[in-house]
Design a protein around this ligand. Sequence first.
Ligand SMILES: CCCCC/C=C\C/C=C\C/C=C\C/C=C\CCCC(=O)SCCNC(=O)CCNC(=O)[C@H](O)C(C)(C)COP(=O)(O)OP(=O)(O)OC[C@H]1O[C@@H](n2cnc3c(N)ncnc32)[C@H](O)[C@@H]1OP(=O)(O)O
Length: 224
Amino acid sequence: MAWPYVADDTSDPLLAADAEVWQPFTDAVRELVDACVQSDVDADDVRAAQADVEAALARLGKARLSTTLGQSGTVGSRRRAWGNPVIGVRNPIAPPLHVDSDPAGRAWSDFHLGPAYEGPPGLVHGGVVSLIIDQVLGHAVGAGRQPAMTGTLTIRYERGTPLGDLRVEAWVERREGVKIHAGAHVLGPDGPTAVAEAVFIVPRRFRDQLSDGIGAADQGSTQG
Ligand SMILES: CCCCC/C=C\C/C=C\C/C=C\C/C=C\CCCC(=O)SCCNC(=O)CCNC(=O)[C@H](O)C(C)(C)COP(=O)(O)OP(=O)(O)OC[C@H]1O[C@@H](n2cnc3c(N)ncnc32)[C@H](O)[C@@H]1OP(=O)(O)O
């Protein structure tokens, strides 16, 4: 199977200009989602707001991409992740996270989760915790420029993760051929709330393209 992205020739300045248009719009839709789960207005206001949203939908629906955003972007550019549900600049489902990483295989992010991510009362939905951990693990593994996918992800929920300000950290522990073992945790105000172990796999279809790095000596723990 070929590389899953359809590269285009959009320049970085054009992408940046595009992001400046879409970022504020996405932020506004995200606020709309928050209003949807928290507003306490009466039925007339809800119906009027619905008509406004339907008008916006009609305007946006005038043109549509023929592929998903993830497929249509240029490899190596920010656009590839614009639809991503954790970091995507065009996805209001994304909190969004800004993830930092280093070449040693560490990744981390300080982020905020509001009521749209609630599971148990006042706490983050466990699936959302998993979503965020998976993404940031992907950055830790991807920092070594390995095209790897999550093979197995095990999460131990130590205690409820409170809505609000949180931090996630992930690290590559070791490599065994095409398998990359990594760890992660989510930190709340009282310490770790969820601790994860993962095995990422360099998919069969990418192995031939990767002669460097794969099967290299163990990297050792890089937990910060
Ligand atoms: C893929 C394109 C990625 C390109 C990325 C490029 C650069 C990266 C840069 C930045 C990245 C930044 C952020 C990343 C963003 C987000 C991260 C989110 C990650 C995800 O959200 S990703 C979606 C969920 N993920 C899946 O959708 C996987 C579905 N699945 C498969 O696509 C296959 O199933 C696969 C590939 C897993 C294996 O298939 P395969 O054919 O390549 O494997 P094969 O049989 O050859 O096994 C070889 C050795 O791996 C062992 N092994 C096999 N499977 C295993 C498993 N599941 N767990 C543990 N070990 C496993 C065997 O036991 C054997 O081990 P041994 O050699 O010791 O016997």
